[in-house]
Design a protein around this ligand. Structure first.
Ligand code: GLU
Length: 297
């Protein structure tokens, strides 16, 4: 069978089990993929090994399975040898194009700055044992038509300036890994929360430099709690490990203004099928936040 032309993904970091906010992210990417007769792939973004929690990957996979969400292909791990080799080869390409430089600036030196001032750009650090690797950027503007948020324009110089692609401890950075992964997995649409939208120009720049194919973007609104904070692990959102899949999916659909069926209780798989068939992403177009404050079935 030929590969479906739409390929989407859900890419959680294994820093804990899913909570309502991350489940909504999984569901949106799943409905978007399935409503487009596409493939939905799971990628465990464990690139930052220092933040990974042992066993969290398996817990996430188990919870997704309980909710009826299964990756259409083998789950990809960023720490796998194969992925690390792919990042290394992308990194070497950038190095060969003289786009990288060593940076020895400390966090303290950069604190309070929103963009990197270019301190190490023209220094020739040879021997510093501790240095990160930054990518040289320029003033180029990047435009994209976001599926949920509409036309966007970003400029790396205003957003971050030269950014790190390899850390002082030798680990590759998210920005590099994510573009190489999305390209290698043939992702056609990157569906993720609006809180990551400002990374897009950095990723588009990397895609251009590495001559990879450019996916579309779809940044959905984040779910916020009563006091206005994003539902996230950092805000100690409750995990959904033991929540009822049907009720929780119904709640997620309600938050996404999908008007889930109120009649007799269906099975989880029937609810997922209902949601795919009736998926109306336009209901959340141009929204940046969704307040978590609705009735349960
Ligand atoms: N790993 C990121 C997260 O858990 C998602 C990054 C992405 O979708 O590009 O928030």
């Amino acid at each position: 069978m030929s590969k479906p032309s739409y390929r989407g993904r859900f890419a959680p970091s294994p820093t804990g089990d899913l909570h309502l906010g991350s489940l909504v992210a999984a569901l949106i990417s799943y409905f978007q993929a399935k409503a487009n007769q596409g493939a939905w792939l799971l990628r465990i973004e464990d690139i930052d090994e220092t933040r990974s929690i042992e066993g969290a990957d398996q817990q996430i996979i188990k919870t997704l399975a309980r909710f009826g969400l299964h990756s259409d292909e083998t789950v990809v791990y960023q720490t796998s040898e194969e992925r690390q080799a792919a990042y290394q080869s992308a990194y070497q390409q950038l190095e060969q194009h003289k786009l990288t430089y060593r940076c020895s600036c400390s966090r303290k030196q950069l604190s309070g700055l929103t963009t990197y001032p270019g301190t190490c750009r023209n220094k020739q650090h040879q021997t510093e044992p501790l240095h990160s690797i930054r990518l040289k950027t320029n003033q180029q503007r990047f435009q994209f038509n976001d599926f949920f948020q509409g036309h966007q324009m970003q400029n790396i110089a205003e957003q971050s300036g030269d950014f790190n692609i390899k850390r002082k401890d030798g680990l590759f950075c998210y920005q590099l890994a994510v573009v190489v992964d999305d390209a290698d997995q043939g992702i056609t649409e990157v569906v993720r929360g609006i809180d990551i939208m400002d990374s897009t120009s950095r990723q588009m720049y990397l895609i251009e430099q590495l001559k990879l194919s450019q996916p579309n973007y779809a940044h959905f609104p984040v779910i916020i709690n009563q006091v206005g904070n994003k539902l996230s692990k950092q805000n100690h959102s409750k995990t959904i490990t033991h929540e009822d899949p049907y009720n929780t999916t119904w709640l997620a659909l309600q938050l996404l203004q999908q008007n889930p069926p109120k009649e007799q209780k269906k099975t989880q798989s029937a609810l997922l099928n209902w949601a795919i068939e009736n998926w109306q992403p336009e209901k959340i177009f141009k929204q940046t936040q969704i307040n978590y404050c609705v009735d349960t079935p």
